[in-house]
Design a protein around this ligand. Structure first.
Ligand SMILES: Nc1ncnc2c1ncn2[C@@H]1O[C@H](COP(=O)(O)OP(=O)(O)OP(=O)(O)O)[C@@H](O)[C@H]1O
Ligand SMILES: [Mg+2]
Length: 317
């Protein structure tokens, strides 16, 4: 496998209020989207700040694009795009001015900067507001300008801290599509912090879950799901909720782990997709009409909530 785009070893940061990040070991591979998840205060933003060298660790270390952020923060920031939680724009300047200043700092030539800023502002539907002072811009408009800023220098590694919070539905869809194309078509590596699990599920190759500064799980959602649950839930639609006779036909079948009645028929948990065919055949042979059989694979959201539930159990026991 290619060298990691990001690797942390026991990365730790404390604040007077407590440990924001506790001995984090994490790898992010080139070209993947990693969803960095966790409740408020889990340490996500702290991680991003450490990885870009804007915050120093108390112990442990990190490599980002082969560099140490504690030493080479500036060089790293030239190659990364960071969307922070607070846009941090100069209200007195226009959107275009804000962006051209940053483009200059990022080393773009003025003509290139001008073109790129114009192009990206149009892409985010901000063309009309480009030359108006940022003061008075709405939350979503500020977010769009900040997104342009993160993308200006076409960085190979992007840190997007809640990129869609505050955006309207159409802009949210545009940003999700943009992130997806950056990763799949342009090979960019993306670290995505978000509280929108559907969005994370759609975009992320892997997920990492932080809780109070500690990494609780990391991996592909499907692999984490396979460790948590044995089977594949499948909804079988019948004319009525399955009764004891119907459930009794299915429960002894090889590969059926559980079978429960639902308002629209039943839900079976099967060991393998092939078992679904056996279930349907058994029902039809017993003159039970089957209207649909729909596998419902566990999602990133299911995995996330299962981890949260586990943490709750730990905290009360
Ligand atoms: N500059 C700071 N000074 C003091 N404490 C801080 C600072 N930055 C973060 N913390 C603390 O570190 C912990 C982790 O904060 P962090 O901002 O990384 O969380 P987060 O996962 O990004 O949360 P959210 O989902 O709310 O954005 C919190 O308890 C927070 O109060
Ligand atoms: Mg945060």
């Amino acid at each position: 496998m290619a060298a990691a785009a990001i690797q942390t070893v026991q990365l730790t940061r404390r604040f007077p209020s407590g440990t924001a990040l506790d001995r984090l070991d994490l790898e992010v591979f080139p070209g993947e989207v990693l969803a960095l998840l966790g409740p408020n205060g889990a340490g996500k933003t702290t991680t991003i700040r450490l990885l870009n060298g804007v915050l120093q660790p108390d112990s442990g270390s990190a490599r980002v694009l082969g560099l140490d952020p504690a030493v080479d923060g500036h060089a790293i920031r030239q190659r990364t795009g960071v969307l922070t939680e607070n846009a941090g724009l100069d209200d007195r300047l226009t959107a275009r001015e804000n962006l051209e200043v940053v483009a200059r700092i990022r080393g773009l030539k003025p003509a290139v900067a001008h073109e790129r800023v114009g192009e990206l502002l149009e892409r985010f539907d901000m063309g009309e507001r480009a030359d108006v002072a940022v003061q008075g811009a709405s939350t979503g408009q500020r977010k769009r300008i900040a997104l342009v800023r993160a993308l200006l220098h076409d960085p190979e590694l992007l840190f997007l801290d809640e990129p869609t919070s505050g955006l309207d539905p159409a802009a949210t869809r545009d940003v999700i599509e943009l992130i997806s194309s950056l990763a799949t078509e342009h090979g960019r590596t993306v670290v995505l912090c978000t509280h929108f699990l559907g969005e994370a599920g759609r975009l992320a190759d892997r997920m990492a879950v932080l809780h109070r500064g500690t990494l609780r799980a990391a991996g592909r959602p499907a692999e984490l799901a396979a460790e948590m649950w044995q089977g594949l839930p499948t909804d079988i639609e019948l004319a009525a909720p399955a009764d004891a006779r119907v459930l009794g036909l299915l429960r002894p079948l090889d590969g059926v782990i559980t079978a429960e009645s639902t308002p629209t028929g039943l839900r079976v948990e099967v060991g393998h997709r092939d078992v679904i065919a056996r279930v349907v055949r058994t029902l039809v042979d017993a003159s039970v009409d089957v209207f649909a059989a729909t596998p419902q694979p566990h999602t990133l959201e299911d995995v996330y909530f299962a981890i949260e539930a586990q943490l709750e159990i730990e905290s009360i026991s």
